[in-house]
Design a protein. Structure first.
Lengths: 246, 285, 329
């Protein structure tokens, strides 16, 4: 078992954003986290990524307890993540952005640069390597974010709504990229809103609602689960359907 | 008895610290921005009082309002012309902006007023009052009480009025406030005006009781830093209580240990807060 | 970019030959002194640049490290009559320990809060020193009045100091250049560009910031020691005052913080300017100099925070876009 999250909870002041969330991920899987806004999936995601310390529960990566470990330790151990709002290093060049990631495993500049260029080729950004990262639009930034984290050679990649804001054709390209990354042996956990993406990528899906996990299973099964439908469309819809003439 | 006298004097001065520090922490909480020229705003309040006294022959009652109006306008101008633009930029620019302003204000004051200490002309507020065996200069008593009232007034303005809740809304969540129809830009300009005005009035009040020169701005800035750190990020009530504590600690340290140690103890307290509890008494960090 | 190469070589040659070039002019001694002061300012600002420019941690309390470097060598002479040079490594050690002690609680503070904290800590140290008799209280400490040998570093002419400072600057800039291209340098710039993202990529943020502060402190202490050797004297205001810290920041920022040659360029502009305004305005000189400083910093912060280097790049780009303007020259 590569990642084990057990009964993870997190409260902010008096507000319980996440309670008793559990997830077990085997090496080589692609798992999706879905749920309406504010359902707790981002909170869970950030706990696994090491950005947020849980209020309760434990998280283990490859047997190592990382519940309260700092983000940098997570990266060291092989957990990489992207940000929902791409956090590119604006003032640095595109190549330098990726090199920061590459330096984790390659301490010499020449090696880091080679690794970085390789990642840029993988994500199609190699021809812009010398330019300032600030010139990129959103899709470019997302690709840069992926190139950057891939340079850290993660075993588990956490993608935070990596496909939001992309056009349909860009989404197709992105799905291809995620498949290629997965094919190199990297385990993927992806938070996503776009159903098409989840259905085509994830072998298994975990559904969040109001801070709890309400369903888990194959995407086709989960999508038809009445609890899940109710979570997305709301209690209102269920009552309307009940009151409508048969 | 003398200990009590020192304590009371410290609390009165502490009330003035509370007043100008409230302004600094308001901006800090709203915009994550420290005005490094805040001490100079206090200093300018003192000189506005001087100008009112010598140029316009106004009495003590005019100093406060005069300083308030002048500094309010300065605060708004500084926001619109400078702060608004650097806020979105690199950290270095943000810090240098008000630092540059501080140098400009301080040395312009030096140039115009020279470095000698000045006092305001004698007025109805001279003399000492005897309160149950404790002797307090009337000027200090008035300064302290007025400052305390104004600080409480600022707190009430922020928490009990519609305007105050709009200001706090911007501090809490800029985007949400915009969605509710509040204009963050206007609120921030207003906050700068209030902040500068609080500093100016505090300066005018202190000018009634103590001598002043252009260089005192640096000391007040540091005092304000210590007070807002102890009080907590963005907390006006925190700054008020911390101001009183610092004023008291300073006076007692000066009396019990020695006048030299007045400042050492205060800055030492600052370092202790940083090490042990950087969010201060009431802040959230 | 051969244009840049030529400019760099010209600059290096100019710096190398400056004292000789001015030796036949009227007021040569004064000009050579200004040169030495310029180099010292460049050293301090370049030292600050490591943590303030590259890593983006804007310390406005670096005077505490400068002061450590200035006081320890003179103290060592004052107490035991040893050559101040012996105190140089001790001063560095004190500065590094101070950096670790101060950095640990303060570097976790964000932005403005960090800057505010550094100001207050430096002020605390200045006040303590100015009331401590062992350290000369507010009067300060004096170094050797007459040289007992070359090792006392007490020269009557500014020229030996000039070349010592130039050597130190060269070493510092070379070290910075190597650092810029190293893993550590990339991590510093990542921290400045985005701490949260940097941490997610495995950058050990706290540790890196602390190392940068310690390195910066060490070199700043060297600058302080050089100051003490040249002047033969230090007091709390000159060694630990806030203007010392502010000067470092402004000098680096004016040229270009986070750039290798930024601080040097800043010094080349500011030091002669300061000497000029001090001479022109006579007694009220200092006041007007700082009014000018304040104005320059304000404009810099508001319009071109990247400093003169970036301003130059912008102007060149504007020039390139308007070919008719270039031809008119």
């Amino acid at each position: 078992m590569l990642l084990e999250a057990e009964q993870v909870s997190r409260s902010f002041g008096g507000f319980l954003a996440l309670s008793d969330a559990s997830l077990a991920v085997e090496a080589g899987e692609i798992v999706g986290l879905i749920g309406p806004n504010g359902a707790g999936k981002s909170t869970f995601f950030n706990c696994i990524a090491g950005d947020l310390a849980p209020s309760g529960g434990r998280i283990r990566f490859d047997g190592v307890d990382v519940t309260y470990a700092a983000a940098e330790r997570h990266a060291e151990l092989g957990i990489g993540r992207t940000f929902q709002v791409p956090a590119t290093f604006e003032e640095l060049s595109i190549l330098d952005n990726v090199m920061v990631g590459a330096f984790l495993r390659h301490h010499r500049r020449a090696d880091a640069e080679a690794k970085a260029m390789e990642m840029l080729r993988l994500t199609g950004l190699d021809r812009m390597a010398g330019q300032r990262a600030g010139i990129l639009g959103t899709p470019g930034r997302k690709r840069l974010g992926i190139a950057r984290v891939l340079a850290t050679e993660p075993r588990l990649l956490l993608l935070d709504e990596a496909l939001a804001g992309l056009t349909p054709s860009e989404i197709q390209q992105a799905i291809e990229l995620v498949r290629r990354i997965h094919a190199t042996g990297i385990t993927i956990v992806i938070v996503e809103h776009i159903m098409e993406v989840i259905l085509s990528l994830a072998a298994r899906v975990l559904v969040f609602n109001q801070g709890r996990t309400i369903a888990q299973g194959k995407p086709q099964d989960v999508v038809n689960d009445p609890k899940v439908i109710e979570a997305y469309l709301g209690h209102h819809h269920k009552r309307r359907r009940a009151r409508a003439p048969a | 008895m003398i200990l009590l006298q020192a304590a009371v004097g410290g609390l009165l001065l502490g009330a003035v610290y509370a007043l100008f520090s409230s302004g600094l922490t308001l901006i800090w909480g709203m915009m994550n921005f420290i005005n490094f020229a805040h001490g100079e705003f206090v200093m300018l309040g003192m000189y506005v009082a001087l100008l009112i006294a010598t140029g316009l022959h106004g009495g003590p009652a005019a100093y406060g309002p005069g300083a308030a109006v002048a500094l309010f306008m300065l605060g708004v101008v500084v926001y619109m012309a400078l702060v608004k633009h650097v806020m979105r930029g690199p950290m270095l620019a943000q810090i240098l902006s008000t630092f540059g302003l501080a140098l400009l204000l301080r040395y312009t004051a030096f140039f115009i007023f020279r470095s000698d200490f000045r006092t305001l002309p004698q007025s109805s507020l001279s003399g000492t009052i005897n309160l149950g065996g404790i002797y307090i200069p009337l000027a200090q008593l008035v300064a302290g009480i007025v400052a305390a009232l104004l600080a409480i007034g600022m707190h009430l303005l922020l928490t009990r009025t519609a305007l105050g809740s709009r200001l706090l809304a911007v501090a809490e969540d800029r985007n949400a406030a915009m969605l509710m129809g509040i204009r963050p830009d206007r609120m921030q300009a207003l906050a700068w005006g209030l902040s500068a005005a609080s500093a100016g009035i505090a300066g005018a009040l202190m000018a009634i009781a103590f001598p002043f020169s252009p260089e005192v701005g640096a000391t007040f800035a540091l005092t304000a830093f210590v007070v807002v750190t102890l009080g907590g990020f963005g907390s006006v009530p925190g700054a008020m209580i911390a101001g009183l504590i610092i004023g008291l600690v300073q006076a007692l340290a000066g009396y019990l240990i020695g006048p030299i140690y007045k400042d050492v103890v205060v800055y030492g307290l600052f370092v202790a807060v940083l090490w042990i509890r950087p969010q201060g008494l009431f802040g959230t960090l | 970019m051969t244009q840049r190469r030529i400019a760099s070589l010209a600059l290096a040659a100019g710096l190398l030959l400056y004292p000789l070039l001015v030796s036949d002019l009227n007021g040569a001694a004064f000009l050579q002194d200004v040169g030495a002061t310029l180099l010292l300012a460049a050293i301090s600002a370049s030292a600050w640049n490591i943590v303030g420019g590259y890593a983006g941690q804007v310390s406005v309390g670096h005077a505490m490290f400068f002061g450590a470097g200035a006081y320890v060598p003179l103290l060592v002479f004052d107490l035991w009559q040893w050559p101040p040079l012996v105190g140089l490594p001790l001063g560095i050690a004190v500065a590094v320990l101070l950096a670790l002690a101060v950095g640990t609680p303060t570097l976790r503070l964000q932005g403005h809060y960090f800057s505010m904290a550094t100001i207050a800590v430096a002020e605390l140290i200045r006040i303590v020193v100015s009331n401590w008799d062992l350290l000369g209280a507010s009067i300060g400490i004096q170094g050797p009045a007459i040289a007992r040998g070359w090792w006392d570093l007490t020269f009557r002419s500014s020229v030996p100091y000039y070349y010592i400072f130039l050597g130190v600057l060269a070493v510092l800039l070379y070290a910075t250049y190597r650092m810029e291209r190293s893993r550590f340098g990339y991590y510093l710039r990542a921290i400045r560009a985005g701490e949260r993202a940097a941490a997610s990529l495995g950058v050990p943020v706290r540790h890196t910031k602390l190392m940068a502060l310690a390195m910066s402190a060490a070199f700043t202490a060297v600058a302080g020691s050089l100051y003490a050797f040249k002047l033969g004297y230090v007091n709390p205001e000159a060694g630990l005052g806030i203007l010392v810290s502010v000067q470092m920041v402004i000098t680096a920022a004016l040229g270009g913080a986070g750039r290798l040659t930024g601080p040097l360029i800043g010094a080349i502009v500011l030091v002669p300017l300061q000497s000029a305004t001090n001479s022109w305005f006579g007694g009220s000189g200092t006041g007007l100099t700082y009014i000018l400083y304040g104005g320059i910093i304000l404009l810099l912060a508001r319009f071109e925070p990247g400093g003169l280097i970036v301003l130059w790049q912008h102007l060149r780009r504007i020039g390139a876009r308007k070919p008719e303007v270039a031809h008119a020259a």
